[in-house]
Design a protein around this ligand. Structure first.
Ligand code: ADP
Ligand code: MN
Ligand code: MN
Ligand code: MN
Length: 349
């Protein structure tokens, strides 16, 4: 029987941003293992801010499985962290997501590639490259440099081979800044895949001596360089199939009411990014707008044209946000809005 290298991946207990951790379990299987074949495992939580030294065992529970093209018989195993009694650990944000197979999420993950403390393509001794303008979706050495595209392409291939549902990639507005988009059906699918895609990218960059900088405003407020977001596109069965202006307005009222709870889980330091400039709304305001990239929530033209049915884009989450917490909060807020009695009727046609 072949020996498989199972890379168990989990989120540690660091605040405000969890780090990815992983370790390898070697185990024999007759063929590529399925989720149900994978055992729970454990780790020392006192080294990851998840337990005290005296009683430090935490449990790893596999929740999704992906082929790892970088290793022979390699398997990436995304895990939740549980307490020894198998209840969710307090750091386990995935466990807070409501079950909803009809919920769909699309995350647009932006990030910077850094080398020697500056974005790829920035002069090493200080100073700046050409101002922003030609980098977004650009081509050529002046726009994207040399190794960035190689890393981005390798990352895309590794993710596709893992079965991660990338929908696209693009060079972003700042030099050294990139984006990938991941879409998934089910309330946890896309969020699991974003974490695994982050893992694959960080690991890939090791050999290039490049670090992924996930911070939402790595160059700070004082310069005219974009920050990084993680726009979160979402829809539920009701939003896609029933919709309507009344429901939409009730939904937006709920998002307004809970705006502080949303911002609290949309990633740290977001006040540096949500300034009202650079295609953002201010952090303390909530608004929505049709095709408005300066709004908290952008309503696609297709949504309005289709009788307020479809998906919405929450533009506030940042690049360092935890997609589990983001998905969890969005579904909690949606759940506060009653579905009108007319819904089942409209559904049938
Ligand atoms: P933009 O940069 O213009 O905001 P992107 O193409 O980067 O647009 O991202 C839009 C994302 O919306 C898509 O990648 C997809 O993941 C997501 N999306 C599309 N349809 C739906 C839907 N019905 N529900 C949830 N997300 C969706
Ligand atoms: Mn995008
Ligand atoms: Mn973008
Ligand atoms: Mn977007």
């Amino acid at each position: 029987m072949p020996k498989y290298k199972l890379e168990y991946i989990w989120l540690d207990g660091y605040e405000p941003v969890a780090n990815l951790r992983s370790k390898t379990l070697v185990k024999e299987f007759t063929s590529f293992p399925k989720l149900k074949d994978l055992p729970n495992w454990g780790f020392d939580g006192s080294s990851t801010r998840q337990a005290e030294g005296k009683s430090s065992d935490c449990v790893l529970k596999p929740v999704s499985v992906y082929p790892d093209a970088t290793r022979q018989n390699g398997v990436l195993v995304m895990c939740e962290v549980l307490m020894p009694d198998l209840t969710p650990h307090v750091s386990n944000s995935r466990a807070t997501i409501l079950d909803d197979s009809g919920a769909w999420f699309g995350f647009e993950q932006e990030y910077f590639l850094y080398q020697n403390g500056v974005p790829l393509g920035f002069p090493e001794g200080g100073g700046f490259p050409f101002p922003q303008g030609k980098y977004y979706t650009g081509v050529g050495y002046d726009a994207v440099g040399d190794i960035a595209r190689q890393i981005v392409e390798e990352h895309l291939d590794l993710c596709l081979e893992a079965g991660i549902n990338h929908e696209g990639i693009n060079a972003e507005v700042a030099k050294g800044q990139w984006e990938f988009q991941i879409f998934g059906k089910g309330s946890r699918t896309a969020a699991d895949q974003v974490w695994v895609a982050r893992y694959i990218l960080s690991r890939l960059c090791e050999q290039y001596q490049v670090e992924v900088n996930w911070h939402c405003k790595p160059l700070g407020l004082d310069v005219d360089w974009n920050g990084s977001g993680m726009h979160s596109n979402f829809s539920t069965t009701h939003m896609r199939e029933v919709g309507g202006k009344d429901y939409f307005e009730a939904l937006m009222a709920a998002f307004d009411k809970h705006k502080n709870e949303h911002i609290a889980v949309y990633g740290p330091d977001n006040h540096l990014r949500l300034t009202g400039l650079h295609e953002t709304q201010s952090i303390d305001k909530f608004n929505y707008g049709i095709a408005n990239r300066g709004a908290s929530i952008r309503v696609p033209h297709s949504f309005v044209n289709n009788d307020y049915k479809g998906y919405l884009e929450d533009r506030r989450p940042n690049s360092q946000g935890d997609p589990y917490k983001i998905a969890s909060r969005i579904l909690q807020t949606i759940a506060t809005v009653p579905l009108k009695g007319s819904a089942p009727k409209a559904k049938k046609k």
